[in-house]
Design a protein around this ligand. Structure first.
Ligand code: AMP
Ligand code: ZN
Length: 471
């Protein structure tokens, strides 16, 4: 069977995954910035990380998974001079930063739960670990990596020899302002803030005392400091969206490796964007789609999960309502098939033939171990369900097993006939039957009922109206 292979951004290669400690994986994922709702693009990244975690668990690894909640220091622009997104969010809503942080964290956790994203073992909020962040800046200062400007303490990126490695940055060729704008006092374009001073003319809601003056941490230091606390200096996997490669993760590596004097992370993994007609889905564009928007439009979180399963995490995925309709109908069909199998096994005393299911298990395993190819995994699931040589019990056993990775809640599905998705064609026929009955053409009405039956649905007249169920 295929060994687990993952694409490592650091080497740009798909490599066999070998953990630092036998059988155990320590993994850190950059979490949400809680100044607003997470849009469905953000959720795509958290979904990719969920698939990664599930594949690791499926391979038998014990996983320690840490995710941060960014509630301070993430500035509107990446050049260390913009406003803090949290303070801006609070102003927009006329609330305190602490209130919006609590609210959007709660909504994120609800969305993740609805999407069946496994929670991390540890959620850590940046403002709970200010001391750890200050300690790390002190460590960098003692080792000579920092300098002070009028607005903060900065990391001197020219002192870290491997600065360009992750993003393959071409520092010489970088146009000023292309990656980050170059503020007067910075020594190098790529230097970044470790600690920012509170503005003299403005009282911030979030600020702390530090050896350098009252202020707040730069965004990148929280991930270096908190991952060190919970996972140690050197761990296995660190992930986020592709937009983190050139700045956030590059800066994390610089801070951690300079302070700890050892390798930080073995595998860097990044999820590609969800895009719209106009390009990347992003909050700064004002209007964006949340999971709740989709729910209000008649889709469920599982429909969105099924939609996401149709693309590899390293490919851009274009969001469209046509695509969502296809996912809704695809998931509906899957659900109907699983519910029917659940009915069929009720009186089935046969046992599962391990030899018959082995091939499918191997195929599924090989797909997901090939850098998380869940799209192929879904095809294996459908092949299993459609295979006439497998018994309902065998089909269900395989489906539940694959669902440990796909996370489509197949085992949890219960028979609630109203939940069946009735195809449009059947609904149209039922309407025609209703018209025939209203015209007292009972012969035609019966004929339509038979046609509906041939297509696998039963139509029943009840006091509350017409009910349609799959047979
Ligand atoms: P944020 O809350 O802005 O810190 O973003 C949370 C996560 O979503 C980060 O890992 C981002 O890289 C990721 N992200 C942002 N926009 C998108 C997008 N359009 N598609 C996929 N992931 C995204
Ligand atoms: Zn981070």
């Amino acid at each position: 069977m295929q060994k687990l292979k993952l694409h490592n951004t650091l080497t740009r290669n798909t490599e066999e995954f070998i953990p630092i400690e036998l059988g155990k994986v320590r993994m850190y994922c950059c979490g949400p910035t809680v100044y607003n709702y997470q849009h469905i693009g953000n959720l795509r990244t958290f979904f990719f990380e969920d698939i990664l975690k599930r594949v690791l668990l499926y391979n038998g690894f014990q996983v320690k998974h840490v995710m941060n909640i960014t509630d301070v220091g993430h500035l509107v622009s990446d050049d260390d001079v913009g406003k803090d997104k949290m303070e801006e969010g609070a102003k927009r809503e006329g609330k305190t930063v602490w209130e919006i942080s609590e609210y959007y964290t709660k909504v994120y956790k609800r969305d993740a739960e609805l999407m069946n994203i496994l929670p991390p073992d540890i959620y850590c909020k940046a403002t709970d670990y200010i001391k750890e962040q200050i300690d790390m800046v002190k460590c960098l200062e003692e080792k000579g990596y920092t300098y002070k400007t009028s607005d903060g303490v900065y990391f001197d990126s020219s002192k870290f020899a491997n600065y360009v490695d992750l993003a393959k940055l071409d520092i010489e060729g970088m146009q000023e302002g292309k990656r980050i704008s170059f503020s007067e006092e910075k020594k190098n374009k790529t230097d970044f803030a470790l600690w920012k001073f509170s503005p003299k003319d403005e009282k911030r809601q979030m600020e702390w005392d530090s050896p350098w003056g009252i202020g707040f941490p730069g965004w990148h230091i929280e991930c270096s400091a908190m991952s060190k606390k919970f996972l140690g200096n050197h761990y296995d996997i660190h992930c986020g969206g592709v937009d983190h490669i050139s700045i956030h993760h590059t800066n994390e590596i610089a801070q951690s490796e300079s302070c700890n004097e050892e390798k930080f992370v073995n595998y860097w993994m990044h999820g590609e964007w969800l895009i719209e007609e106009k390009g990347k889905m992003s909050k700064s564009k004002g209007e964006f789609i949340t999971l709740q928007t989709l729910i209000d439009d008649g889709y469920s979180a599982m429909h969105y999960r099924y939609f996401l399963l149709n693309a590899h995490y390293r490919k851009k995925l274009k969001f469209s309502y046509d695509g969502m309709d296809a996912a809704k109908s695809g998931y509906g069909n899957l659900k109907n098939r699983i519910l029917r199998l659940k009915e069929e096994i009720k009186n089935d005393r046969s046992s599962v033939d391990e030899n018959k299911i082995k091939n499918y298990k191997e195929k599924f395993f090989d797909s997901i171990n090939d850098d998380l190819n869940v799209t192929e995994g879904i095809s294996v699931l459908w092949d299993t369900i459609k295979d006439k040589d497998l018994s309902p019990k065998e089909k269900l056993e395989l489906s539940y097993d694959f669902d440990k990775v796909l996370g489509l809640e197949l085992e949890r599905l219960v028979i609630q006939k109203e939940e069946y998705i009735i195809p449009e064609g059947i609904i149209k026929l039922a309407k025609e039957r209703k018209e025939a009955k209203a015209n007292k053409d009972f012969k035609l009405a019966d004929k339509i009922r038979e046609e509906i039956k041939r297509k696998g649905y039963q139509i029943t007249d009840t006091k509350e109206g017409v009910k349609i169920n799959p047979i």
